[in-house]
Ligand binder design. Structure first.
Ligand code: UD1
Length: 378
């Protein structure tokens, strides 16, 4: 079986790492890795290959940044050539970024089977680019692997046959559990002069938070208050950095004495940073899950989450972008009233193995049936 695995943007790398590792152990599988190049900075891409020991991509498309339409279209054109040359039995995509939908759609147009890892998550907010990517990818996927039971319900409600849906757990958590010990060797706390549990980590990059000046400023007002009580460390996404210059917000940031902005970090440094935080402020999806497993309180700076299990079982609270609410919840946590939570079902470090086992069994059967049919016709 020839499988093409796709990565494009930062949150894809930690999801693909355990899958590639598992596939390469299996003699029945020839696993190739394609990197679309949606993310290309050293800090947004290369560092993750090193930290997670992901083999270098077999094929690099080098697409880069552009409008969503142009980026998606360019990935499709590049990926079609790859599929024509390699003729795989399956394309495996992860998450919800533009590379996910672009490569799925290309495969679907060419009649190639698709596996979607992290299927069924829904924010029910169609203004979010990732939500469109999720809904559309799930409609054309043949194998849908889910991380939580709510995701299965969402897929069934959208008419996906239950035979295609497999609740397997969370590959991103496979990576976290595997690397947790190794991350303890990171020197990031010393480098930034931080004391364990005496700082908060912040990440912010959603277009809805940083592309609108008023919302971004309002968030900065909340951070201005919070950093009076606790140091805030902010590894900054390139999109956010650009917006700070565009909106002339640099001064507002430098005025905050306890607010430390740094470049985006690699996987191990970032894992160590959040694992030792008092709490995390974020608009990321994946970090809501990572903090749940690390049992670190998470304040989500969005109006919704596509990962409800992190709220019902984990350490997450979804506070939105209201300044006073963010301050209130953060102060609560500083006073020791953060959620402790519990680890969600099947987030046990074995999701990649379950996925590869299912693919092996089901895909092999389908391919054999199809070949039998071909033989009968010819
Ligand atoms: C993308 C994903 C988002 C994910 C995020 C993680 C989509 C629709 N969005 O958003 O789901 O949470 O990645 O980071 O796919 N840039 C650089 N260097 C890079 C990459 C980006 O400078 O290596 C800058 C460019 O100016 C670019 C901007 O960041 O235009 C945004 O990058 P893009 O890939 O469009 O989306 P993200 O905001 O990173």
């Amino acid at each position: 079986m020839k499988i093409i695995n796709v990565v494009g943007a930062r949150p894809n790398f930690m999801k693909i790492a355990p899958l590639i590792e598992e596939m390469r152990k299996n003699p029945k599988i020839e696993a190739l890795l394609v990197h679309t190049g949606q993310h290309y900075d050293k800090e947004m891409s290369e560092l993750f290959f090193d930290d997670l020991e992901i083999p270098r991509p077999d094929i690099y498309l080098g697409i880069g940044s552009a409008s969503h339409t142009e980026q998606t279209a360019k990935i499709m054109i590049g990926f079609e050539k790859v599929l024509l040359k390699e003729n795989p039995d399956l394309v495996l995509v992860v998450g919800d970024v533009n590379s996910t939908i672009a490569c799925s759609l290309t495969a679907a147009k060419m009649g190639i089977k698709i596996a979607h890892v992290e299927a069924g998550l829904r924010s029910f907010d169609r203004g979010m680019p990732e939500e469109i990517n999720r809904v559309l990818t799930d409609q054309i996927a043949d194998f849908l692997f889910t991380t939580e039971r709510d995701a299965n319900d969402n897929l069934l409600r959208e008419g996906i046959p239950k035979e295609k849906i497999f609740f397997v757990g969370n590959v991103m958590i496979d990576t976290l559990l595997k690397n947790r010990k190794k991350a303890e060797n990171s020197k990031i706390l010393e480098e930034l002069n931080l004391e364990k549990k005496n700082y908060a980590t912040l990440t912010l990059h959603r277009p809805s938070n940083v592309d609108v000046r008023e919302t971004f400023e309002n968030l900065l007002d909340a951070f201005t208050e919070i950093q009076k009580k606790i140091k805030i460390v902010f590894p900054m996404h390139p999109r956010t950095e650009k917006k700070i210059e565009e909106f002339n917000l640099r001064e507002k940031i430098t005025e905050m004495k306890n607010f430390i902005t740094i470049k985006p970090l690699g996987y191990l440094d970032f894992l160590n940073l959040i694992a030792n935080s008092k709490f995390v402020l974020t608009d990321s999806g994946g970090i809501q899950e990572e903090t749940t497993v690390l049992r670190i309180p998470c304040v989500t700076l969005r109006e919704n989450t596509e990962r409800p299990v992190t709220v019902t079982e984990g350490t997450n609270i979804v506070v939105g972008t209201n300044r006073d609410k963010i301050i209130k919840e953060s102060l609560n946590i500083i006073e020791g009233k953060g959620k402790k939570g519990r680890i969600p079902e099947l987030w046990d470090g074995k999701a990649a193995k379950r996925i590869v086992d299912i693919i092996c069994k089901k895909l092999m059967t389908t391919l054999m049936d199809e070949r039998k049919l071909d033989n009968r016709i010819t």
